[in-house]
Design a protein around this ligand. Structure first.
Ligand SMILES: C[S@@+](CC[C@H](N)C(=O)[O-])C[C@H]1O[C@@H](n2cnc3c(N)ncnc32)[C@H](O)[C@@H]1O
Length: 356
């Protein structure tokens, strides 16, 4: 019995592509990802994908909900193509497993201790529901009539996948288009010097993932999804993951001019000696944010260690159980850690300038 991932790779090879990686578990939490199956030098091709198995969706500005409607239409209008793409569809996550702004359940959102992020998720899921319910007739006249039998769970799930798996590439006319790229969408995200693959489209339309440096057999392969998800509020909202950064990064909205949708205008470096945020008012602002949380970083850490007994009260009698709940608690813990470190950095700089 071969796995869906092996079927996917065999199918791509049959379609004329090359795949020099393996899809496997890459973390203790069971995250799936891609690893190198041999040593590779810089500038080698890890994946070659013929253009005809890519799925072209809408232009860059089009919402994921709209792209999902488009995908459902493509599948319905061309059943032979739909059938031929089966190994790809089957490689995608099952309903209930893709967690992003379209699919987060409302109930544990308060664990984030972040009203802005919580509200943004609520607003976004309401938009997804609205499209499904036909509240956006400009996008779809009647979803239920056009696609009878597609439940809201399935619609929001596919939307979540489209949003977090599709790539943005200019087509032949130079118009930025969302594209689904089989197997290339099995790569996880890393940024800075951590990502080791880059994906490009050749003049003939084919896609290539090539190495940015020498890579050892068994190393996980990453590419940078986009530069706007360096911070945990952004990666949690758009992609359903958070990361421990070293040094820890503030969430975008804790910076004076940052928000969920834009890379922040200020960064942690601005808190170093000589930086543009080195002043006492900024220190007071960050300290006020840090002291506003109902739990401390240490209490959150205890919860994550599973010491729920005496700590359950911190969650209103609830204990954290699911991976999603753990991620939400970890999010707020890492946020506090970043605030604490930046406050210390700022204090050190203010001592040098004799303002403290
Ligand atoms: C394009 S898919 C990558 C493949 C995916 N891991 C899979 O098994 O299908 C994007 C999703 O992978 C996960 N992911 C990507 N990069 C990650 C990372 N650095 N840490 C944790 N999860 C990540 C998130 O769930 C994200 O929404």
């Amino acid at each position: 019995s071969i796995t869906a991932e092996e079927k996917l790779i065999r199918w791509i090879r049959r379609c004329g592509g090359t795949v020099d990686l393996e899809i496997t578990n890459v973390s203790d939490e069971g995250l799936r990802g891609a690893v190198a199956v041999r040593d590779m030098n810089k500038s080698q091709i890890a994946v070659h994908l013929p253009a005809h198995i890519a799925v072209e969706l809408g232009e860059g500005h089009v919402t994921s909900e709209e792209n999902t409607v488009k995908l459902f239409r493509l599948k319905k209008e061309n059943s032979a193509w739909n059938e031929s793409m089966l190994p790809y569809w089957e490689s995608l996550p099952q309903a209930g497993t893709s967690m992003t702004k379209q699919t987060y359940p409302a109930e544990p959102l308060d664990l984030l201790q972040d009203r802005i992020l919580e509200a943004s998720i609520v607003v976004h899921s309401a938009y997804t529901k609205n499209v499904y319910d036909g509240g956006k007739p400009a996008l779809i006249e009647s979803f239920q009539e056009e696609f009878p039998g597609v439940s809201y769970v399935d619609f929001s799930h596919i939307t979540s996948v489209v949003a977090s798996y599709a790539f943005l590439f200019p087509n032949e006319e130079g118009v930025a288009k969302r594209m689904l790229l089989p197997v290339m969408d099995m790569l996880n995200h890393a940024d800075g010097t951590e990502h080791n693959l880059e994906i490009m489209q050749a003049d003939n339309g084919d896609f290539y993932a090539y190495t940015l440096r020498d890579i050892d057999k068994g190393e996980e392969l990453f590419h940078e999804y986009n530069t706007g998800i360096r911070r945990n509020d952004q990666s949690l909202f758009h992609y359903g993951f958070i990361r421990e950064h070293d040094p820890p990064r503030l969430i975008a909205q804790d910076l004076p001019a940052g928000n969920l949708y834009e890379p922040a205008a200020y960064s942690e470096e601005d808190y170093e000696f000589g930086g543009r945020l080195v002043n006492k008012a900024e220190l007071a602002r960050l300290e006020a944010i840090l002291s506003s949380f109902p739990t401390t970083e240490a209490e959150d850490a205890k919860l994550l260690e599973g010491k729920n007994g005496g700590w359950a009260g911190l969650l209103g009698g609830r204990s954290i159980q699911t991976p999603l709940e753990r991620m939400f608690v970890k999010y707020r813990m890492l946020r506090k850690r970043a605030l604490t470190e930046v406050i210390q950095k700022l204090k050190d700089a203010l001592v040098i300038t004799k303002e403290l």
